[in-house]
Ligand binder design. Sequence first.
Ligand SMILES: C[S@@+](CC[C@H](N)C(=O)[O-])C[C@H]1O[C@@H](n2cnc3c(N)ncnc32)[C@H](O)[C@@H]1O
Length: 296
Amino acid sequence: MSRLSILRAAVPRGIRSYSVARSERSREPGRELKLLHYVYSQPDLDAIRGHPRKVLDLIERFGEEYQYHFMNVGRPKGRIVTDLIAELRPQTMLELGGYVGYSAILFGDAVRRNGGTRYFSLELNPEFAAISNMLVELAGLRDLVRICVGRSDLSLHRLYSSQTVRHVELMFLDHYKPAYTSDLQLCEQYGMVSPGSVLAADNVVRPGNPPYLEYVRSSVEQKRQAAQQKLQLQQGGKNFNTTGFSDRVLASYMGKDSAPAFEVVGNPNLIYRSELVQPEGEDVSYPGPSTFYYWL
Ligand SMILES: C[S@@+](CC[C@H](N)C(=O)[O-])C[C@H]1O[C@@H](n2cnc3c(N)ncnc32)[C@H](O)[C@@H]1O
């Protein structure tokens, strides 16, 4: 089960604990396409059409019935983000890593119910993006959710330079772990992430994301020094900081030899405020807590 953390500009929340059911679910290749067939072969498809919750229920039911593992954010962590959406009422929300659309449907629906108008789901894998698109369509969220196919840094650059998105109100990070920091820095450099932005990042404690946590917890002075050092060494942002990641994480999605598309140092003057929040759990056997960070 994946983890999630949230960064936000608001009153800190309390610490809650939660755990996640562990099971030996299959990671068989092609299960995502099977999911699409399963959903679209439902006899009561017309009753499902236009109902985001029913589409989410089907995604969950398919995984449970066939013991397939899907990398969806799921309900406990999802609830924390939907609570954030209800509180912040963002007009526009972005997610990095859309997979088959579970979070886009869950959060896109919440954005719409809270008066928002746009949800951008950035997904690297064109097959996942296509599946997501079809599920978003079925959920009746086509007008709100836009799926951007390709690597997140290029999509962020395109969204910024086309003036489609100038300020990130709420962003959900759930993609290639080493890209969390470089994508955040890219958003900072463009001014898309600025005071008032709220970031929710999954998996920062387990399997962990030490560079990201270090970056957002650093002081302005520390970040200025790091930025200067980076520029002096002419390392720029062309390498992902891979410190503390397992080989498995580095090899996932983009691959261990991948690099960010842009040389950026971010905006060291931004101050983030973070707080650990653990969502309420389901299964005490799960060995570690999930964490949520709130940033200002
Ligand atoms: C954990 S899944 C996302 C789950 C989804 N947020 C949900 O809860 O339904 C991670 C996804 O990020 C995508 N991904 C990985 N690296 C990416 C990148 N650099 N840009 C865009 N998407 C990426 C993967 O293809 C995968 O579909």
